[in-house]
Design a protein around this ligand. Structure first.
Ligand SMILES: NC(=O)c1ccc[n+]([C@@H]2O[C@H](COP(=O)([O-])OP(=O)(O)OC[C@H]3O[C@@H](n4cnc5c(N)ncnc54)[C@H](O)[C@@H]3O)[C@@H](O)[C@H]2O)c1
Length: 332
């Protein structure tokens, strides 16, 4: 966000700074917001600076003009962090009692006009709002890891939340180069995680039943539909799969398969020690000695390469980044 002369930069408060919170802090900071950050863990600052460094490495490939960075402040408490913030993002562990307690501390100190968003992967806004001081202020802004690279964020309200507040949250998120998708209703796990959960359940069954190893399943994804999904989603892919006759033909042709026992659907395999050991062993083999940091580096380089290629084609997330770049240039 370019700085407007005579007006101070907007402030975001980031509460909880693990994998996701650090990503959020980086996203806001590198897009010109001031960031006030709080996480009680001794390790938090080290993680944060490592993630900011990653974000700085990736950004020039995605931005024609790199925005001026905001100022980072490490706060001493939740209350200290949220004072003066117009947007607050909670990214604490996925436990309802932890989130409700943190949200209460946030609301005791923040402005009534501020937006209080949770990164929760699964809880619905109404569950987070239960027992809160101002339910109408709490929404879900669910991002994808790494938050500083992947633009999408699912924005979810509840019956307590006004359209005005969701619109304002979307504008703030757009100002940090994100693509907000406001969902039509709250459901557990929103949209992305609901889809991924179905895939994950099937994958666990396939490993358990000895059909494929973790490495084979990942190859099947990365060498086929994973590539398709990066540039056409599910529905556009299937539209093309229907040939010239398009979606109607596809639905007629493959509709009957939905009745066949292709998937295990809601059955969840027993995640017992035997299955956990098998998955861990196969996953270790797949990693072939690479550390998590090495895997993160590979992931970031690959994502940047994909996004650059998609920018050249002006397609999918690349088209979105091109639009953001045009917008930023217009603001200068
Ligand atoms: N990891 C993912 O891929 C992912 C993706 C999207 C959303 N999320 C959601 O984001 C949230 C955070 O997940 P994560 O993966 O970053 O977890 P994480 O364990 O990496 O980080 C959680 C952080 O919260 C801090 N914390 C604990 N209690 C706190 C408190 N009272 N106040 C402030 N900070 C506190 C911890 O010190 C830790 O640094 C969860 O709700 C999760 O569902 C995760």
């Amino acid at each position: 966000m370019s700085e407007i002369p005579g007006r101070s930069r907007p402030t975001a408060a980031i509460i909880g700074g693990g994998v996701i919170g650090s990503g959020w802090a980086t996203r806001f900071l590198l897009n010109g917001w001031d960031v006030r950050f709080f996480d009680p863990s001794e390790d938090a600052e080290r993680i944060l600076h490592a993630v900011i460094a990653r974000g700085r490495d990736a950004l020039p490939a995605l931005c024609d003009v790199v925005p001026e960075e905001g100022t980072l402040t490490i706060a001493s408490s939740t209350a200290d962090a949220v004072v003066g913030a117009r947007y607050i993002q909670e990214s604490t562990p996925e436990r309802i009692e932890v989130k409700r307690a943190v949200l209460r501390s946030i609301q005791e100190a923040c402005e009534a006009e501020a937006i209080v968003a949770s990164s929760t992967s699964g809880f619905m806004p109404s569950e987070l709002q239960d027992g809160s001081l101002r339910p109408e202020q709490i929404i879900v802004s669910h991002p994808y890891n790494p938050v500083y690279l992947l633009p999408l964020v699912e924005v979810v309200g509840s019956d307590n939340v006004s359209k005005e507040l969701l619109d304002r949250a979307s504008r703030y998120l757009e100002s940090v180069s994100m693509k907000p998708v406001v969902l039509g209703a709250e459901v557990p796990a929103h949209v992305g995680d609901r889809l991924l959960e179905a895939l994950w359940r099937e994958a666990l069954w396939l490993v358990k039943d000895g059909v494929a190893t973790t490495g084979q399943i990942d190859d099947i994804i990365t060498h086929s539909f994973g590539l398709r999904w990066a540039q056409k989603g599910l529905f556009e892919t299937y539209r093309v799969a229907g040939g010239q006759a398009g979606m109607k033909h596809f639905l007629e042709q493959f509709g009957p398969c939905l009745e066949w026992p292709w998937t295990k659907l809601m059955d969840v395999p027993d995640l017992n020690e035997e299955l956990i050991d098998r998955i861990v062993e196969q996953s270790d083999e797949q990693a072939a000695g690479r550390t998590v940091m090495q895997l993160e580096n590979e992931r970031d380089r690959n994502l940047v390469a994909l996004l650059k290629a998609l920018r050249e084609e002006d397609a999918a997330a690349g088209a979105f980044l091109n639009e953001v770049n045009r917008r930023h240039q217009g603001e200068e």
